[in-house]
Design a protein around this ligand. Structure first.
Ligand code: KIV
Length: 265
């Protein structure tokens, strides 16, 4: 079985087929997600919280990301693998390229993800120049949690909504091929999804995005602590983990998740 390609994900957007994405951090989960219809994984630096027990993504290192990404790549055959560049791993163009090359070459990633808008344009252009596919991440950017003063919904006022929209356009112009939008009003998620030609994957960005992603442990209801409004436990009412994954994929494909109760206004 061969892996999905970015072209196939792009075709899904063109044809109106929703893209089901979940996070993966190890081979066993990657294999289960792969077998049950998940189109793409994000090997997210959220592993800092759900695997390592930190209270943010900031302590996660490049070695951590390479290790987890390689485990996920080994455990899967079909899903497209997107791996996060962690905090402080893309502060210069040279560092960005070297670290992205590690995620691709050692970590088996198909694409790397980085957070931020206009300030990332030079980094993105350098990666594209070296044939490294890039995923952007706007809205709530967890690596900026200190500057943001906590995990808060973004884009609620006119200025910040306009900034996120302009950043999204600039990132696409610079060459990103997927955009993740986190914790923004559903109306802004819809607008950005309509304006961009690349697939837009939402997490707390409303049902109109081209696809959805959740932290797998949240989707299974096994994460501890604060539960964000957009989180839904798909294990509830199912007998096992594989049925829960299939229920998530089906709900995303049929635009039944996220419902209004999981969306920000
Ligand atoms: O680290 C992470 O889990 C993410 C989410 C958006 C999926 O980046």
């Amino acid at each position: 079985m061969s892996r999905l390609t970015i072209k196939e994900l792009q075709n899904m957007k063109s044809q109106g087929e929703k893209i089901a994405v979940l996070t993966a951090y190890d081979a066993s989960f990657a294999s289960l997600l792969d077998d049950n219809g998940v189109d793409a994984f994000i090997v997210g630096d959220s592993l800092g919280m759900v695997c390592q027990g930190h209270d943010s993504t900031l302590p996660v290192t490049m070695d951590d990301m390479v290790y987890h990404s390689a485990n996920v790549a080994r455990g899967s055959q079909r899903s497209y693998v997107i791996t996060d560049l962690p905090y402080q791993s893309y502060t210069t163009v040279k560092q960005t390229l070297e670290n992205a090359q590690r995620l691709i070459n050692e970590g088996g990633a198909q694409m790397v993800k980085l957070e931020g808008g206009q300030q990332q344009l030079e980094n993105i252009k350098e990666l594209i120049k070296h044939n490294i596919p890039v995923c952007g991440h706007l809205g709530l950017e967890p690596q900026s949690v200190k500057e943001l003063g906590g995990y808060k919904v973004q884009g609620r006022d006119e200025d910040s909504a306009a900034r996120i929209l302009n950043d999204a356009k600039a990132l696409q112009q610079a060459g990103i091929q997927i955009l993740v939008l986190e914790c923004i009003p559903a109306s802004l998620g819809k607008l950005i999804t309509e304006v961009l030609s690349i697939p837009v994957i939402g997490i707390g960005a409303g049902v109109d995005c081209d696809g959805q992603v959740l932290v797998t442990y949240d989707m299974l209801g096994i994460s501890r602590g604060h539960k964000a409004k957009f989180v839904k436990n798909f294990l509830q009412g199912q007998n096992d983990i594989e049925s829960a994954i299939r229920a998530y994929v089906e709900a995303v494909k049929k635009s039944q998740y996220p419902a209004l109760e999981h969306s920000y206004q």
